[in-house]
Design a protein around this ligand. Sequence first.
Ligand code: BT5
Length: 266
Amino acid sequence: MIDIQKIMASPDLRRIGKVILYRPSVTSTNRVLFKMAEAAALQEGDGLAEGTVLIAEEQVAGRGRLNRVWVSPRGKGLWFSVYLCPELPPEKTFLITFMGAVAVAETVNAEFGIHSTIKWPNDVLIQGRKYCGVLTETRVIERKLQFAILGIGMNLNQTEQEITESYGPIATSLRIVLHRPLDMQRLFEAMLLQLDGYYESLLQGEYDRILEKWREYATFLGTEVTIISDDEPHTGVAKDIDENGGIIIQLKDGTERTFYSGDLFL
Ligand code: BT5
């Protein structure tokens, strides 16, 4: 369904997408690529080029944060992962997730002239409904990041019925928003180009470029939100993100609290 040779031959890609592995069906692209990266670290295999992408037509055990399920039906979306080895302090790996979300929002908005927004920490939404989730998994040894697997799942071609049957009105697909089926090849290629560009910024230490873009899309900043963290709801105004990607919320009693995990309700 996707001509990976054509993308790999693109002269514009520096790292991400120079090597693309394609599988009809996997458990989870994150899981499979993580295992490949571990094997490469132990030098069991032939090594793995930084920026290698693994894309699958379907995932039978796609996952979200906290081992939640990420539903990834065959041919209905882009389900892929990228192998990255940036020199980054472990507490800055949130930038990889942010970079992924920004690249998705930017690509989709430019391709289709629509307005994606980002919801902390890892969702991309249209009209308030989630069509993309990002999951970064890392291997850290002695406080050093060995590698990161950036996983991106984008709902493209599910119908309204298929989406609402699975998740209700909180989710959507680009097909629902655009009222037409999507050309995966074109979108995937455009996605990898954006990612490759932002990854170069990350490697150059241009964290502000990523953070500024992220804030631009994070339209919930400055609005009242509820975060459920450790099973406790907290309501207040989302002020900003801190230097380690935590969300700073001014609670109703006027105090500010920073959360590093949780689910945000807008
Ligand atoms: C995420 O987790 O949003 C991260 C999703 C990352 C998926 C990619 S696909 C390629 C790579 N390989 C993987 O195995 N994973 C990555 P989280 O914020 O925890 O959201 C998970 C929640 O989103 C679930 O509990 C469901 O409520 C909902 N959900 C599941 N599948 C969905 C889908 N296809 N579209 C929208 N929402 C979904």
